[in-house]
Design a protein around this ligand. Structure first.
Ligand code: IVH
Length: 697
């Protein structure tokens, strides 16, 4: 047992050692008390241990362990939330900020479905709750799993915590399907949010900046009993898999969810004209301060469910729905300075350094100024009183300045001539709109930017290794490239681990958690791997197109490794060019990347276990087939045909090649038909294509 030494006479190392000891022993006694019901020490002895832990943490705040006993209220603490793969991805919504954009949504949907102007297209309008989305799986009416959205494909298992959320039924009522996945938003009421922050302030803990963060923080507690005290709520608005359909329309399905025992997003209204929508939006905007929870807009969803499958989805959002955001919140502050950031692609971005101001519950200290033209357009100078706006999760923007308050000492914003990071002469492109550092290989800001992108959520997603930590490891020379990150978690790196855990704010446990997370990130799909490389002009959408096109991920890697041969290079680039939706700039940039970075890529691949991207739907005649469309269709738009085929497991290319399986022809198919005949490729007309989907002309 440690003798209680006065914290003021202890050094950091001693404190850390004792904190680790205390966390272990308290955990052991928690287990004995809460799980085995057989405590070995008295309550006062237990309180003494916790008190000692709190004293040390107060004196050494940078040494507080991630799983500190002060953050636990008994019961079994989960060491980590396990991952859950969503059978139906949890998508996001596309955003609109005006009625015109909503009108455009209707026009687009009508065009896609080949509907006439007068055909009725009803939508259900409902509030967009500013919380945290979650999915609940029920089998035989019993709640068996609760998970967060995560990156949309994989979330965290929060079943233990979700049981303590009000409005989440343990058991469904009525005539429920054998299996159903109900989705909705976890939120905290405004009153509970205020109460919780008061307690935090009294305890000297920083308050949550808004109800959304508070709800997210409360549900991701290691101890479910903490979640219980937070009084969270749940509104259902959607569903994933269900063994029997809930209804033919959204209104019918919502009624079913209500009968199973869920609270629904309210008030909702069926709208059949832009006039109805305008009325609902304006009324809700007026009412929002009287609601007991935060909302940031309205969601419109088509009422007719049979259109959902026909419309399909884009990269991240379904085409059957759109969100209409409330107007942005505004604030005024002083522009203290402008700094210049070099991004991962070398582009120099001016960033406004602001006197901190709270807008819509969020503390704003910086705002992007995009480029030189934007600064000229705004006409701002350093020292100006500037107007800021923030819309939902969009990055804060400067919209203007108060000219009457401009002082004589206001300074012109000068762009640097040399890269602030590597001192290379900067290149100006497009009339100086874009200024770029071309030192791709050696500019430290670019290298660090690529590493930060690599570990980010939509890339390989390494928790516990964010921008701050990477910066530190990069500056110390511990992590210089992608492979170095994975080398950190190899057995022989003990010395490095010790070195890191000595750094302020890390601690042995946070290092352990980070290493765990690195290990868990070795399994990747090809789309994520390509996206994570940070290749210029290659966003997630393009990366996914490439991954889908190559079907077998290993084949892509093999082809990349053979690019030193001219013939292979030409073939590879031909393949990329034939990918529908992949632009020429992206193709050039990909080739350039792999030709110049093959050894770093190979090094990275030696740590990655590639998982297959797509579960090919084996039960349709188009599964795994490569399709090309040509000509004009009578009953389908090209987008709908493409969506139908993709939903049936096909891959779409824009050019006929020896790898094409089927050419689907409409009216006036042109040269592609001739090429397909020459290559003896199967040809289908619109009627045959529709029969695959049980639809007639
Ligand atoms: S429907 C395909 N309805 O908004 C996604 N989402 O920006 C279906 N959200 O991830 C979502 N209120 O977390 C839907 N009434 C509502 C919502 C809502 C809040 C959230 C949800 C989603 C995010 C997208």
């Amino acid at each position: 047992m440690f003798k209680s030494k006065d914290p003021s006479k202890m050094n950091k190392e001693e404190a850390l050692k004792e904190l680790i000891y205390l966390s272990k022993i308290i955990e052991r006694h928690d287990k004995l008390y809460y799980q085995n019901d057989s405590p070995e020490i008295s309550d006062s002895e237990y309180d003494r241990l916790k008190g000692r832990n709190a004293d040390l943490e107060k004196y050494f705040p940078t040494m507080v362990l991630k799983n500190s006993p002060s953050n636990k209220v008994g019961n079994k603490p989960q060491s980590k939330f396990s991952k859950v793969s969503h059978k139906v991805p949890m998508l996001s919504l596309s955003n609109a900020f005006s009625l015109e954009e909503i009108q455009e949504f209707f026009n687009r949907t009508r065009r896609f479905l080949k509907l006439n102007k007068n055909d009725l297209l009803e939508v259900l309008a409902e509030p967009k709750i500013d919380g945290l989305s979650a999915t609940l799986i029920y089998k035989d009416g019993n709640l068996v799993l609760g998970a967060t959205r995560g990156d949309g494909k994989q979330g965290e298992n929060i079943t233990a915590n979700i049981r303590f959320i009000n409005d989440v039924p343990y058991k469904l009522k009525g005539n429920f399907p054998d299996e159903i996945e109900v989705r909705g938003e976890i939120y905290i009421s405004n009153i509970d949010f205020e109460k919780m922050n008061l307690v935090r302030i009294r305890q000297g803990i920083p308050p949550f900046s808004n109800p959304r963060n508070a709800a997210a923080g409360s549900v991701r507690q290691l101890d479910p009993l903490v979640t219980k005290t937070r009084n969270l709520g749940f509104y259902a608005y959607n569903w994933g898999i269900t063994s029997t359909p809930l209804g033919k329309t959204l209104v019918e399905s919502r009624k079913a969810l209500e009968l199973f025992g869920f609270n629904l997003t309210q008030p909702s209204k069926l709208c059949s004209s832009i006039g109805d929508i305008k009325k609902y939006f304006e009324e809700l905007f007026e009412k929002r301060s009287n609601l007991n929870f935060d909302i940031d807009g309205v969601v419109y969803k088509l009422n007719n469910l049979s259109l959902y499958n026909r419309l399909g989805e884009t990269d991240h959002s379904p085409r059957y729905s759109i969100s209409h955001k409330f107007p942005p919140e505004k604030g005024v502050t002083i522009l203290n300075n402008v700094s210049f950031q070099i991004g991962r692609t070398g582009a120099v971005t001016p960033v406004a350094e602001l006197a901190p101001v709270t807008i819509g519950g969020v503390r704003v200290k910086r705002a992007t100024l995009h480029n030189k033209n934007e600064i000229l357009r705004l006409g701002i100078m350093i020292g100006d009183t500037v107007l800021i706006q923030r819309a939902g999760d969009v990055i804060p923007q400067i919209t203007g300045f108060v000219s009457s308050l401009r002082s004589k000492s206001a300074k012109v914003i000068n762009f640097p001539k040399f890269c602030p990071s590597c001192n290379t002469l900067l290149e100006s492109i497009d009339d100086e709109t874009i200024i770029r550092c071309n030192n791709v290989k050696f500019c430290n800001s670019q290298k660090l930017g690529r590493l930060i992108h690599f570990v980010s959520r939509n890339a390989v997603n390494i928790e516990g290794l964010g921008e701050k930590q990477l910066k530190e490891l990069f500056n110390l020379g511990i992590v210089k490239n992608f492979g170095d990150i994975f080398r950190l978690s190899s057995e022989g790196s003990i010395e490095i681990h010790e070195q890191i855990s000595q750094l302020s704010g890390w601690g042995a446990l946070s290092v352990k958690n980070m290493l765990e997370s690195i290990k868990n990130s070795k399994n990747q799909t090809l789309d994520k791997l390509i996206y994570s490389l940070g290749i210029r002009h290659v966003g997630y959408g393009s990366a996914r197109l490439i991954a889908k096109y190559f079907i077998e991920s290993e084949r892509f890697i093999e082809e990349v490794q053979k690019l030193n041969n001219k013939n292979n290079l030409d073939k590879f680039s031909e393949n990329l060019i034939s990918i529908n939706g992949l632009g020429n700039k992206a193709v050039d940039s990909i080739i350039n990347y792999f030709v110049n970075n093959i050894s770093e890529f190979n090094d990275l691949c030696s740590y990655i276990n590639l998982e297959e991207l797509i579960e090919i739907k084996k039960d349709t005649p188009l599964s795994g087939k490569s399709l090309v469309f040509s000509g004009k269709f009578e009953n389908l738009t090209r987008s709908e045909a493409k969506t139908l085929a993709e939903n049936a497991g096909a891959f779409i290319s824009s050019q006929v090649s020896s790898r094409t399986d089927i050419l689907v022809v409409g009216d006036k198919p042109g040269i592609k038909l001739k090429k397909a005949k020459d290559l003896s490729i199967e040809i289908m007309d619109e009627k045959q294509f529709l029969i695959v989907f049980d639809r007639k002309l």
